[in-house]
Design a protein around this ligand. Sequence first.
Ligand code: SF4
Length: 210
Amino acid sequence: MTYFLLSITNTCNKSCAYCVVKPWLNNPEYPDKATAEDFIAFLEKEMQPGDAVELTGGEPTLFPGFMKLLQWLKVHQAKVILRTNGAFLNGWRASYPDMVVVLARHDSDDAYMDERKGCLFPQDLVLETVEDHLKQTEQDKPIFVNNETSPLTQHPFTKMFHITNDGKVRFMSCCKEAMGTIWDYVPRKYHCCHNCPFALGAWNLIARIK
Ligand code: SF4
């Protein structure tokens, strides 16, 4: 099973003080270069039905090709994680049962959150607050803690990719080796860490999908 972490856009409608991608966010020096078609062309080479695809940003629902990418993932039977502040979250969520949404409040008010919570499935999570000791402070150093919402200590992934909105391909943060871009990527062999915090976090979310 393969896990794809796709940071599809640097655009966001918020500017949270603790945002780990703040230096790139809404910054004209770091525009989005990869389109939905580009991400799809890469996935066509590497993704199998049942693989896990996490969509993040920035705010992924503001990516112009967001619905096109999501529909392609549905047709190709991916298990999807959507991390969102709810910017464009409404009735369309009902058409994507093989997805778990992580809706973060950030500074949104109750009326905003109540409207979006009404669209969620039982497997979805609402992050009202993040305790200080659980806040990620560096982009490549996620924090994974076992608790009642993340009980699983092993993941099944044998390959993992992190692809950024500029089209760069990485084998997660532990690999410093340059892997090119989605436009010139050549499939190759990898190892995979069993205790990767990205993968453990993703697997605990995917496991919520019934
Ligand atoms: S909503 Fe998310 S991506 Fe946007 S500024 Fe806040 S933490 Fe960063």
